[in-house]
Design a binder for this molecule. Sequence first.
Ligand code: CDP
Length: 225
Amino acid sequence: MSEITIAIDGPAASGKSTTALGVALALGYRHLNSGLVYRAIAWAASEESWPSDDAGFDERLAELEVELEKVGSGFRVLVHGVDPGSSLVSPGTLSRVSQVSARPAVRERVLGLLRAKGGRGGVVCDGRDIGTVVFPEAELKVFLVASAEERGRRRLLDQGLEPTEEAVREEAARLSARDELDSSRAVAPLRRAADAIELDTTKMNSTEVLGRIVSLARARESLFG
Ligand code: CDP
């Protein structure tokens, strides 16, 4: 049976990356986390104080060495040969990433990297435009959604923070603001592909979500493999 391509898209903190990694492990596939590459470019632009005008920004982008290196069941991102580590999940990087990921030159660059690593199947790729732009031929497309409050609560718990009512409200507002930027950009906006299966995980735990997608994937493998 041959390996298929699985695209998992959805808004911020909808559980895409954790789910994609779990699905990849269950099927013996590789996990390709596209958000990591956008975060790495946003981090480099801030760290190196790139100019914000298009010509200046794009010139620095052209000089940037960014690559995906296989590790275990996934990939890590290297910037000038170095893994930026926890800087990729810092609030500073996250607050800038949507402005950076909306730039056409950035999208073009990341598209090339993702297709080079995932173009031959056996991959679970997660992001915003995987089913619509990066791998439109993917045999299985899933669009994960959950209420902003639930996503805010999960993100706080992931960070080891107390999900008080106020903290959840603030986090939900931050996530919604990023979703708005990601959905309203001109190039490759956050959007459900017409042939994607939408899964509302607000009331599901991660084991249920994983089980559901793995069984969908096995059914597609026997159909297409
Ligand atoms: O999981 P979370 O939403 O916090 O982050 P992520 O999936 O790592 O994505 C971070 C940011 O990268 C998003 O807010 C988007 O601006 C951008 N992104 C994108 O534009 N296209 C993708 N395929 C993946 C991420």
